[in-house]
Design a protein. Structure first.
Length: 127
């Protein structure tokens, strides 16, 4: 996980140094050179600055996740609703993209009484 955020921080440095659209059109050697420069710049930062950059990267990843989730609302909501009726914990997991407290609540409600598990999964999906 730490490597992911380090990579995301490098990517952030790269995009701050060059325009994102330009980075997609440059050749691979030039891209590798920019990545190496960004990595060297990141390694030269103090520990406090590195932590700050990683915090920014986490924030950007969270925002990206939200926008990605908002884009696929239409058909995926219907499929998740059908799945919530059949397997409520799986629907909650696919909606949340992680195992968190909502998933475990769904598991417990489904194991105790199936109907409350379905209702809870539908509430999570459509909220």
């Amino acid at each position: 996980m730490r490597k992911f955020f380090t990579f995301l921080s490098f990517f952030m440095l790269l995009t701050s140094a060059a325009n994102v659209h330009a980075a997609s059109t440059i050749n691979p050697e030039e891209f590798q050179k920019k990545v190496a420069e960004a990595r060297a710049e990141f390694n030269s930062l103090s520990k406090k600055d590195k932590k700050m950059r990683l915090k920014e990267a986490k924030k950007l990843a969270k925002e990206y996740k939200k926008t990605k989730k908002a884009e696929g609302d239409g058909e995926s909501k219907v499929l998740l609703a059908i799945l919530a009726i059949l397997l409520p914990p799986l629907a909650v997991y696919l909606h949340e993209d992680e195992i968190n407290k909502r998933f475990w609540i769904s598991v417990i409600l489904t194991l105790l009484f199936w109907i409350p598990g379905v209702i809870y999964a539908l509430i999570v999906i459509f909220s």
